[in-house]
Design a protein around this ligand. Structure first.
Ligand SMILES: [Zn+2]
Length: 285
């Protein structure tokens, strides 16, 4: 599943190609969008802005409509020049947005909605900018309060709640816990304020460093930017713990553990030596 950094980079690339440009064609396959386009054609309007909100991508049109898409597991947006070969089969195409210079193609995008600014504000599933760790308007103290309010839940589970902190996905969840020295199974109630603050700051820093201009398409928390050029195929090659079960911790040499965690049964990785439970209990990995 794409995490917040991937959606952010997609929004930036689409924004550069399309913002301010008159729309010459709009081809949706969803009946709801087809009807919308018949009533208020997007051709002739222009793209006002494209932004990410956590794992949502929002495209705002000059007529006031805002196209909200969520990629879930398999969806993606691509940008092509007219006539350029597509990297996915035509059967996967769900939406095409055309300008004179570019085509934005949404492949297998499973969640697609047309909003107004009013309905967007009311929609509780699409996080506001103050909740998005990648937004310049992210409110860290408020995020800390939302985190601490989930006292009975495990830290790693709460980091995935997009209404607490938008943008953290399953990879960054484990990486943020490691960076902070917090055990992923630690209850939020056992966190001090400093640890809670550090978790939020680590999420902002680790995800933020993955949307820099030179950050490419690969997730990196360990080893810095230079490693990106080596094109490591191992998923954990540039990460501290994720995907590294049984391998030695990059800090202390202890073997990294792995376990399926939480109500959504997501995989979690941690170092049992660098990340200890406050009550001294141990969790089998
Ligand atoms: Zn360690």
């Amino acid at each position: 599943m794409p995490e917040g950094d991937t959606i952010f980079r997609t929004a930036r690339a689409l924004g550069r190609a399309l913002t301010g440009k008159p729309i010459t064609g709009f081809l949706p396959t969803y009946p709801k969008l087809v009807r919308y386009n018949e009533d208020a054609p997007l051709a002739g309007q222009w793209v006002v802005s494209i932004e990410s909100r956590g794992k949502w991508l929002l495209i705002e049109f000059s007529g006031g409509g805002i196209l909200a898409t969520h990629m879930l597991m398999n969806g993606s947006w691509h940008i092509y020049r007219p006539g350029q070969h597509w990297q996915q089969p035509r059967a996967n195409m769900r939406i095409v947005l055309e300008t004179a210079d570019y085509l934005a193609v949404g492949f297998r995008v499973p969640v697609v909605e047309m909003h107004t600014s009013e309905s967007l504000r009311r929609d509780r599933r699409i996080p506001g900018l103050e909740i998005d760790v990648l937004s310049g308007r992210f409110d860290a103290p408020a995020a800390m309060e939302r985190l601490l309010a989930r006292a009975d839940e495990a830290v790693a589970d709460v980091l995935l709640h997009q209404d607490v902190l938008a943008g953290v996905g399953n990879v960054f969840k484990s990486e943020v816990c490691f960076a902070t020295g917090v055990h992923p199974y630690c209850k939020v109630a056992w966190l001090g304020k400093d640890e809670a603050r550090a978790l939020i700051a680590a999420a902002q820093k680790l995800i933020g460093s993955n949307v820099l201009e030179d950050s490419g398409g690969m997730m990196v928390t360990y080893g810095g930017r230079a490693r990106r050029t080596t094109h490591e195929s191992h998923p954990g090659a540039s990460l501290w713990v994720y995907g590294r079960a049984g391998e030695p911790c990059r800090r202390c040499g202890e073997r990294i553990r792995r376990r399926i965690q939480g109500p959504e049964a997501r995989v979690t990785f941690w170092c049992p030596s660098c990340q200890r439970m406050p009550d001294g209990t141990d969790i089998d990995g």
